[in-house]
Design a protein around this ligand. Structure first.
Ligand SMILES: Nc1nc2c(ncn2[C@@H]2O[C@H](COP(=O)(O)OP(=O)(O)OP(=O)(O)O)[C@@H](O)[C@H]2O)c(=O)[nH]1
Ligand SMILES: [Mg+2]
Ligand SMILES: [Zn+2]
Length: 358
């Protein structure tokens, strides 16, 4: 980034300035993380872009991935002009975050990015179009507190009526937010998307590999800065972007590109799951039983609506699946603790029994 920006232009606001005195020590300044390369961080502040490393203490005190700085985070640093690296001492509390359950791990979460105002959920209206995945993404974004906007790319590859049908399917999910359709090839819809971007606000792009996230950001940047998949490569699914980076557009909006995501879990709270399914939630209030699972209970208003064709079977199935998955992910840690406690009690009881026997 060649132009020098103020902290405010970089997204700094009251939310952060209010906690600064409590989090940062005297003499420390603040910077925003714009990229993470293993244990090196690329940082930006009101005077420069520079590299940083975690202080030993910070490293030792962070127990989970989520406690480490991610792209978009604000951190307290220590840097004198002659230092090659700034030392990162503290992490300011996040306004929003985007995290996914690490694949293959039961309870660790990977922090994708932090402090973005809007997350663009990008799907291609061609091969990648998938309503279930869309619902998962919506849930993930909502859980982290950012606003979600759906983007359908590659409109040049399908006829207009097919696109209209896909939009109908999306709205049938109960999506109330915005859906932007576009083509990176013809440019149709790109300007409309660019018009959504405001200075000093942060926008993150997520979606499967090959859907055109980097192509879109290049269009927004007005230059081919990011590497995109070879045109000759067939279809979608091979990863081109391997690095996550925050960039500033000419108009002052900040964008974060992401490598394509293949698989992720959700850990949303019940409230979040329900808010993505407002229609089902409303029906559920009329179910005979408060704890109705909407699978086989008598007097279930949701099943009645299903029979009458008011909601689609896929939508309900997805709701039930996500509720279960989410409950499981949320509970697994608490359950483990409970198990440990039960085991402790068991040992104690055994000791008592032994004492009595002796
Ligand atoms: N026809 C068509 N092709 C597109 C469009 N947008 C992107 N592409 C092509 O799709 C391929 C993948 O685009 P990328 O921008 O690299 O996709 P990505 O989402 O960044 O992929 P990862 O970095 O792997 O996550 C490239 O060959 C692009 O030229 C579009 O709107 N229409
Ligand atoms: Mg890319
Ligand atoms: Zn019910």
């Amino acid at each position: 980034m060649d132009k020098v920006l103020t902290l405010q232009e970089l997204g700094w606001d009251e939310y952060f300035s209010e906690q600064r005195a409590n989090v940062c020590s005297d003499g420390q300044s603040v910077a925003r993380v714009i990229a993470v390369d293993k244990d090196q961080f690329l940082l930006i502040n009101e005077s420069a872009t520079f590299r940083g490393r975690l202080s030993g203490r910070f490293r030792h005190e962070s127990q989970t991935n989520a406690q480490l700085p991610a792209v978009g985070d604000w951190v307290c640093i220590d840097k004198s002009s002659q230092d090659l690296f700034a030392l990162i001492h503290h992490l300011l509390a996040r306004k929003t975050s985007l995290q996914r359950k690490a694949v293959g791990s039961s309870s660790d979460f990977q922090m994708i990015a932090a402090n973005m105002d809007v997350v663009f959920i990008v799907q291609s209206c061609h091969y990648d179009f998938n309503l279930k995945r869309l619902e998962r993404y919506l849930l993930m974004v909502r859980e982290g507190g950012a606003e979600a906007v759906i983007v359908l790319t590659k409109t040049d590859l399908i006829p207009a009526d097919e696109l209209a049908e896909k939009l109908t399917q999306i709205y049938r999910l109960g999506v109330t937010g915005q859906v932007q359709t576009l083509s990176n090839i013809t440019g149709e819809g790109v300007e409309a998307l660019a018009n959504l971007l405001q200075p000093a606000r942060t926008y993150c792009f997520v979606g499967s590999s090959g859907v055109g996230k980097s192509s879109l950001i290049n269009n927004l940047l007005g230059e081919q800065r990011l590497e995109t998949q070879d045109v000759s490569a067939s279809g979608e699914g091979t990863h081109t972007t391997v690095r996550r980076e925050l960039m500033v557009l000419h108009n002052g909006a900040m964008v974060i590109d992401n490598p394509g995501m293949r698989e992720f879990g959700v850990s949303a709270s019940d409230a979040t799951v329900d808010s993505g399914f407002a229609d089902i939630q409303q029906l559920a209030e009329q179910c005979r039983f408060r704890d109705c699972t909407h699978t086989s209970e008598p007097g279930c208003a949701v099943l009645a609506a299903l029979e009458q064709g008011q909601i689609s079977p896929q939508h309900l199935e997805n709701y039930i699946k996500l509720s279960k998955e989410s409950a499981f992910n949320q509970m697994s840690y608490a359950e483990k603790r409970q198990k440990d406690r039960d085991f402790g009690k068991f040992i104690q009881q055994m000791k008592k029994d032994l004492d009595r026997d002796n």
